[in-house]
Design a protein around this ligand. Sequence first.
Ligand SMILES: [Mn+2]
Length: 381
Amino acid sequence: MSTSLHYEARLKRLSGLAEEHGLDALLVSGESNVFYFTGYTGAGYLLWSRKTGFKLLVPVLEYLKAVDELREEGLGGVEVVVYKPYGLPDRLVAEEAGLRVAEGSLEEVIAGLAEGPSKCGFVGGELTLYQRLGKACGGQAPANLTEKVAEMRMVKEPWEVERISRAAEIADRAMQAALDSLSEGVSEAEVAGVIEYTIREAGGEGPSFPPIVAFGLNTVYPHATPSRSRVLNKPMPVLIDLGARYGGYCSDMTRTTFFNGSPAEFRHAAEAVYEAVNAALDKAAPGVTAGELDAEARRVLRQYGLSKYFIHSLGHGVGIDIHEAPRVTHGDKTVLKPGMVITIEPGVYIPGRLGVRIEELVVITSRGARKLSRFPAWLWQ
Ligand SMILES: [Mn+2]
């Protein structure tokens, strides 16, 4: 099946959801949500109304791209409408270019296109959207369908898993290039540059987030920022967290190694994390909750006396966004299902000493978790 049929099916599901909730109009915000339903890759909103169906609302600068991308995805029937949240610079130019231009602010556009909706809903987390939509809906509180769409996005279709898998392969190559670049005098920032270049060279659209490269004491910060001044000049731990984007989908992986040797303190922490990640991987299967995976990794780290240094969640969903549902965290009740793509990334961060994290990206299948990142995780002697 081509992707266009998938988008059509998604739009159908979305309008079905709106109808189930008795809505007259539904506004979808957030670039990743709009991309999920249409394949369009820019700023804008997807509006459904019971009377007029789907329309894509975009700022004037995105108009031509939006029309072309919808046509490419077989959604030529979805009308693209320009709104002017900041005022159109030149309305005449827009009309001469053949744009379909709506009058007024976003909420006026919504109210007009929906022909006076009485019950509205929204998807996405823009802070002002709720108020703006409330105004457009004649003061009624709009229904929040954000979670419903997050649940739809959580279970991936095979073609989405294929794109994430491709992004993970590209990330594997970037990890190899990063490790190859480790030598006396190299800085964290230089290694980050090698990663970004390799992702592009290997066919990625870019990194799925700015790569984390941490040397020495910088490894104790789970979200360290690569620095130009921190260089490899003595034996020290090296933590690299990177991801690629391919076909609009993300990958995510972390590896930790030691430059020039591997002291006992490092090996103890690294082996604990290695065992924790594998225990959680073994446990991951349909029917298990996300919280149970988190507990499993903590159980292993406790045996090593290191669980107090595991200061973040075990993982998160990955898809169009680098962080999306489900949260793989303490007490989370989300039941794993085939098609979910999640990370499993235990870490220990010992203040003043060192940090270790290993992150695997997996898809849940009927037989358990299948790794999408193939790079070896044991990178010390
Ligand atoms: Mn991650």
